[in-house]
Design a protein around this ligand. Sequence first.
Ligand SMILES: Nc1nc2c(ncn2[C@@H]2O[C@H](COP(=O)(O)OP(=O)(O)OP(=O)(O)O)[C@@H](O)[C@H]2O)c(=O)[nH]1
Ligand SMILES: [Mg+2]
Length: 267
Amino acid sequence: MVSVQKVTVVVPTYNERENLPELAERLFRLPVPGLTLLVVDDNSPDGTGLLAEELGKQHPGRIDVLHRAGKQGLATAYLQGFQRALERGAEAVVQMDCDLSHRPEEVPAMLQKLQDADVVVGSRYVKGGSADPSWGMSRRMLSRFGNVYARVVLGLRPRDVTSGFKAYRREVLERLDLRALRCKGFAFQAEIAYRCKRAGLRVTEHPIVFTDRSRGASKMSKAIIVEALVKLPQLRWQQGAALRHSPRRDASVNKGTGARGKAPKPR
Ligand SMILES: Nc1nc2c(ncn2[C@@H]2O[C@H](COP(=O)(O)OP(=O)(O)OP(=O)(O)O)[C@@H](O)[C@H]2O)c(=O)[nH]1
Ligand SMILES: [Mg+2]
């Protein structure tokens, strides 16, 4: 049994009615009694938001639903979800997709590892982890390239920086200024990884086997991929420019950028 008392799993949804019931059932079967689910739904045309309310009646006190007016992207869904989770007293916050690509059964092990880390990342690219074995060469290359690109451009050490499966200590989300996030789509995952590095947080990777969704449609689009290609280098350049104009900050930043070690105050 995991010792963290209050855990909120934040799940953004857009047209996930075929997946949400199974995700909820599997999460609530875990040996984490204080686990609650927060669904952030963007007025899904397939009625996922209403379904979440219905499921909430079947699991009193365990499902909270944040309804937003329309599709506004992954980043703000997480941002608002994290804020709501903190307001409601979560001690640890987990983020994951609703499409069952992230196995709920990994959550207890990730929470266990969170006892000695600030952030635990479900990673496809460490020993024991993998991407969907059925992926063809081109899909595999795209995922690999996206990840290597983000790692190189942002100078990140973790192996999987585009993973959307993460567990955070409460204090981490309080300290990272998430309102200043620039990316809207999945690039937001790498932007968070970058902010964790900049804040000197201890990031641990937990191996996961990522499987493709078997129900519902992907929301990945060309615009989301272009955003990642364009915005991630900008984050690094802006940081470089800020440092060039502020020599005193330069010294302090260089001391505090390791993925491990004592965490300085975030900037
Ligand atoms: N609230 C909200 N949820 C979203 C939005 N876009 C995607 N999601 C959800 O975010 C999660 C990840 O989306 P996916 O469509 O699976 O995208 P992906 O996992 O990056 O891409 P695939 O590899 O195709 O699965 C799912 O739970 C989606 O329903 C959005 O604009 N708003
Ligand atoms: Mg997915």
